[in-house]
Design a protein around this ligand. Structure first.
Ligand SMILES: Nc1ncnc2c1ncn2[C@@H]1O[C@H](COP(=O)(O)OP(=O)(O)OP(=O)(O)O)[C@@H](O)[C@H]1O
Length: 236
């Protein structure tokens, strides 16, 4: 069993968010810890992606704040962003770039030194069985392959906070296992991992902590060693 990394925490304090006046997240109070995988569950439209956007610094919280190790972080803080890997639900907007091109681009944007970047790219390509696709355009890949590229791309700068929006969508069972094992290994180094998923089996196998978001409110947050599905149903 991995150890908690008490030196790393991410906290939402009274965070609210609305789209065009329509409230989506309501006064969220929630703390995530390094060395743990936390899973975020909730029905379609509950606000999971919006919450991940706020943690990734893609947009500012309209009320409340986000704290890294008890210090408030500004949503555009570049030092904060360098510590984050964010695998989005629909990750790639550049279908004509090849796998290696997109990985280089993302690594460069994250300031990974060139030599280290090439080494890291080769490591993760091999790890996710992607070597034979390195010169394929992203747009020519299956959904599952593209998602593995997306995850590999977010690990190049070795972030200690990893946010993942439905990371196993479109993956076959073998690939789900590779992703699961990768996240467990990565977490055991002390990283903080938060993923949203609709797949209860994955959530139960993978996570240490779980939260259930319904209508923009966290209705459960705690350890996920029990029967998450029953908890989920009971939280309606
Ligand atoms: N850019 C936007 N403008 C207006 N409304 C939005 C925008 N993005 C999301 N919403 C709305 O906010 C609500 C929450 O969306 P969000 O994507 O955060 O939910 P989710 O829990 O991730 O859903 P899913 O499980 O379907 O991915 C939804 O009602 C959605 O329609």
């Amino acid at each position: 069993m991995m150890k908690k990394n008490l030196a790393l925490s991410l906290q939402l304090k009274q965070v609210s968010y609305a789209y065009e006046g329509k409230p989506i997240l309501h006064n969220i109070d929630w703390t995530l810890q390094g060395g743990e995988i936390t899973v975020l569950l909730g029905p379609n439209g509950a606000g999971k992606t919006t919450l991940l956007h706020l943690l990734a610094g893609m947009k500012p919280a309209q009320q409340g704040s986000i704290l890294l190790n008890q210090q408030v972080v500004h949503w555009q803080d570049q030092q904060y962003k360098k510590r984050i890997g964010y695998m989005m639900e629909f990750p790639f907007q550049y279908p004509f770039l090849t796998v290696i091109e997109i990985m280089r681009l993302i690594g460069q944007l994250r300031d990974v030194p060139t030599g280290q970047l090439e080494e890291s790219i080769q490591y993760w390509l091999k790890h996710f069985l992607l070597e034979s696709y390195s010169n394929y355009p992203i747009g020519a890949l299956s959904q599952g392959t593209a998602r593995r590229v997306a995850l590999a791309s977010q690990l190049l700068h070795e972030p200690d906070i990893l946010l993942l929006d439905e990371p196993t969508n479109g993956l076959d069972p073998d690939q789900v296992i590779i992703v699961r094992d990768t996240l467990q290994q990565y977490c055991s180094r002390g990283a903080l991992i938060l993923l949203s998923t609709h797949i209860m089996g994955l959530a139960e196998k993978l996570s240490h902590q779980a939260a259930i978001l319904r209508n923009g409110r966290i209705v459960y947050a705690g350890e996920s060693d029990g029967d998450l599905e029953s908890l989920y149903v009971a939280s309606k």
